[in-house]
Design a protein around this ligand. Structure first.
Ligand code: UD1
Length: 432
């Protein structure tokens, strides 16, 4: 098992390059199999979840040619099966995109029920409601979701709850349905827009992505394309929080600053200075005193739930009492116990974390309970002057962050990825 070992307390300074958005990439890879022509995808992050998705489409016969670390050519003409029970796919939530993609293209699909980070119940009823509205018969048993349709017919679908995954999934399937589909109360996240742009570049007819109402006019077939995935707003936001927590000064390159507005606004509330450029953002927190603020997670353009733990790690060091309200997932405070072991003072009442700022954290041995919570523990560890932080279970973190340790090292962090107790001891000896 791998760990991150961190000797914190150094302000992070310098520039970091952000990779492609994991969550956009996962949907785009699934959508790429909806044509029989070549699809070239650039700016793919080299992270575990993305590689599992690529393995899954290969498992059913798609060809995947790796051009370089961040570029692939996918060809879905050789797909021979519509059933995905590939072992690991159950562990990535985004496996549900294969349901929408296969159903749209072949009118049938069978995919193992999604798992993913244990941050809540995470039902997929809205996805299934959408497929049924488009004319599919959907069944869930033995841990599999199966869907098939004689014909897919456009429909008017109201989403009872804003769901990123269901919006994207329905958009994909509707692209190859007959007639017009209207998705109301659609998610507006940047990756919804990115997947719509990608599908449109394959010949789909999707309008309104990024607003509450998405209109899809089905086309007979999709064609090949070349596409570059948008930058990862959560990876960028995590480095922004690392700058704040360590009182550093980081230029975060290859980002779309607009996508980061909610995170920027809250870091400014907390006293950081933010400078926006065309495709970069600088977080300046040298010598500032972090101030309390309150944060509520909401669908985009609200504050992203995927940034909630990292922001809480920052607010744990802010003067005064902050509140963090989680309104999307019910089980997203699992980092609190671990952060408390590093000295944080946090009380959770229902879906609100009440955080009384402390002057500093102390290094401790902690375990990542999920992907973003794990990132938050790293942020806390980077700021902790006393002691060494060992983060266990970093397989969660590696699902979504490419070269996390190397990028942090370039910013001056003392962090190493190790895989045995001996190397942990060696690190501790070196830094103490
Ligand atoms: C996606 C992201 C995840 C992010 C989340 C919210 C991917 C692979 N994952 O997850 O990182 O945290 O958006 O921005 O892109 N819900 C239902 N029924 C459904 C679907 C969702 O009740 O059928 C609920 C969920 O339990 C949750 C809320 O809707 O409370 C939002 O979930 P959703 O936007 O669907 O999240 P995911 O697409 O799973």
């Amino acid at each position: 098992m791998e760990q991150f070992v961190i000797k914190g307390g150094k302000p992070l300074n310098g520039a970091v390059e952000i990779g492609g958005a994991k969550n956009a990439a996962l949907a785009i890879i699934a959508a790429a199999i909806m044509t029989d022509n070549d699809v070239k995808i650039e700016n793919l992050p080299d992270v575990k979840d993305v590689n599992v998705m690529l393995d899954a489409i290969m498992d059913i016969g798609a060809k995947v040619e790796r051009i370089d670390r961040h570029t692939v050519i996918i060809n879905g003409s050789t797909i021979g099966g519509f059933s995905i029970d590939y072992d690991y796919i159950k562990k990535i939530r985004a496996s549900y995109y294969l349901l929408g993609a296969l159903l749209g293209k072949y009118k049938k699909a069978e995919v193992a029920l999604p798992g993913g980070c244990a941050i809540g119940a995470r039902p997929i009823d809205l996805h299934l409601k959408g497929f049924r509205a488009l004319g599919a018969t959907v069944d869930t048993k033995y841990g599999l979701v199966s869907a098939d349709a004689e014909a897919l017919i456009g429909s008017h679908i109201y989403m009872d709850k804003v769901s990123v995954g269901a919006t994207i999934n329905i958009m994909m399937t509707a692209s190859l349905a007959e007639g017009k589909t209207i998705i109301e109360n659609a998610a507006k996240e940047p990756h919804v827009v990115d997947v719509a742009n990608f599908l449109n570049s394959m010949g789909a007819n999707i309008r309104g992505a990024g607003t509450d109402v998405i209109r899809v006019v089905g086309v007979e077939r999709l064609h090949g394309t070349e596409y570059s995935v948008i930058p990862d707003q959560i990876e960028a936001g995590t480095f922004m929080c690392a700058a704040a927590a360590t009182h550093g000064d980081i230029l975060i390159k290859n980002v779309i600053p607009k996508h980061l507005e909610a995170t920027s606004a809250k870091l400014m509330d907390a006293g950081c200075k933010i400078f926006e450029y065309d495709d970069a953002i600088r977080v300046f927190a040298t010598d500032i005193e972090l101030q309390r603020t309150s944060v509520t997670t909401l669908p985009y353009p609200g504050f992203p739930t995927d940034m909630q733990p990292q922001m809480a790690a920052v607010l744990g060091l802010a003067k005064g009492t902050s509140t963090v309200t989680e309104s999307i997932f019910e089980n997203r405070f699992k980092y609190v116990n671990e952060l408390t072991r590093m000295g944080a003072q946090i009380q959770v009442e229902s879906n609100i974390a009440i955080i009384t700022g402390v002057e500093k954290y102390a290094g401790a041995r902690v375990a990542a309970p999920d992907l973003r919570a794990g990132a938050a523990l790293v942020v806390a560890g980077l700021s902790a002057e006393d002691g060494v932080t060992v983060v266990d279970d970093i397989h969660y973190i590696l699902r979504g962050y490419e070269d996390f340790d190397k990028k942090l090292q370039k910013l001056g962090a003392d962090i190493e990825l190790v895989d045995n107790e001996r190397d942990i001891r060696k690190f501790i000896l070196r830094v103490s």
